[in-house]
Write a protein that binds this ligand. Structure first.
Ligand SMILES: [Zn+2]
Length: 343
């Protein structure tokens, strides 16, 4: 009935609360991007408003409208919802005006359903004024109104807001679990195996990557660039650092994704090196990894992983991106093989 993939613990907690009529007025769903937070929130909204005997049925009028985000009593608030998209794209925070609108709407009775549900996507992006405003609403619960806050990083939320919510953690799934789900959905086995590893337990990403070739194409290009850089001279490395720094000013997420991919690559080298090649992430590039691993010592690989992770942390702490990335580029040891070419 619940359509969220995996997350049996979270689902049984919510199911149990629904059955016993002991729902919280506010929930905080915590988990990495694409793990299923929005799906679970919509499922809970369906369960609250479903017209069938065993909610959420997923088929009644109410469930279908919620699935399409067209139900009058279920609202999603975030950077890219509510308001025209051009304006939304410019926004970096969830504003106090958005939360004031929510407060106004929360005080009106449900329009077509049984419960009003407000889903705040990316709650860590609430401006401090917006968070304070929301806190007032959370402190005075309204009958038949439920808030669901979704976040990838609860540390960025005020403790006062967190303490008003029932916390529900959505951990990453095991790769085997994601692979089984993809197989069930008819994805060809080899592709299912690859994206199940690449998604790091987040089935939303795996499903997108399996259905739409762009994500895998982008990953292939990023890996090619990484391998170029490993064999490049300092001049080219500095140029790439500059390019990444510019990209960082436009999209922090994209650069973090590239760094994550780099960590995966070096972590795979480590695994190959210690004879655990069966659990690598980049399963389609095993031969390349085996070949490349010959050129490095374990300590060298560990140092690179530490360097990439440190760079990621420094970027998160607003260090000068160009400087951080240049230091990173300098620290990457050249591959020793250079003899085997792949086309
Ligand atoms: Zn239903």
């Amino acid at each position: 009935m619940w359509q969220v993939v995996g997350q049996t613990r979270a689902v049984s907690l919510l199911q149990h609360s629904l059955e016993r009529g002991v729902l919280a007025h506010a929930y905080l769903f915590v988990g990495p991007p694409h793990v299923g937070k929005m799906k679970l929130a919509l499922n809970l909204a369906q369960a609250l408003n479903c017209e069938a005997a065993e909610p959420p049925c997923g088929e009644c009028d109410s469930c279908q409208k919620i699935d399409l985000v067209k139900h009058a009593d279920v609202q999603i608030i975030g950077l890219t919802y509510n308001g025209n998209s051009a304006e939304a794209k410019l926004r970096a925070e969830i504003s106090i005006d958005q939360i004031r609108d929510v407060q106004h709407s929360a005080n009106l009775p449900p329009f077509e359903g049984k419960y009003k549900v407000f889903i705040i996507d990316g709650a860590e992006l609430l401006s401090s004024e917006a968070a304070n405003c929301l806190l007032k609403t959370l402190e005075e619960p309204i009958d038949r109104v439920i808030f669901i806050l979704l976040t990838t990083n609860e540390q960025l939320l005020p403790a006062t807001v967190v303490s008003r919510c029932q916390r529900v953690e959505l951990p990453p799934l095991a790769a085997s679990e994601v692979e089984a789900i993809l197989n069930q959905r008819g994805i060809e086995p080899q592709k299912a195996k690859l994206v199940a590893r690449l998604c790091h337990g987040c089935p939303g990403w795996a499903l997108s990557a399996a259905m739409d070739g762009d994500l895998l194409q982008q990953r292939a290009e990023r890996i090619d660039r990484l391998l170029d850089i490993i064999n490049a001279d300092y001049e080219e490395r500095f140029a790439y650092a500059g390019q990444l720094a510019t990209e960082f000013s436009q999209s922090r997420g994209a650069v973090q994704e590239i760094l994550n991919l780099w960590v995966d690559w070096w972590h795979d080298l480590l695994l190959v090196k210690v004879g655990c090649g069966d659990i690598i992430t980049n399963v389609d590039l095993e031969d390349r990894l085996i070949d490349s691993a010959r050129g490095y010592g374990l300590a060298q690989i560990r140092a690179v992983i530490n360097g990439i992770q440190a760079a990621g942390e420094q970027l998160g702490q607003n260090a000068n991106p160009r400087l951080v990335l240049e230091v990173l580029m300098l620290g990457i040891p050249k591959g020793k093989e250079g003899t085997v070419k792949y086309g």
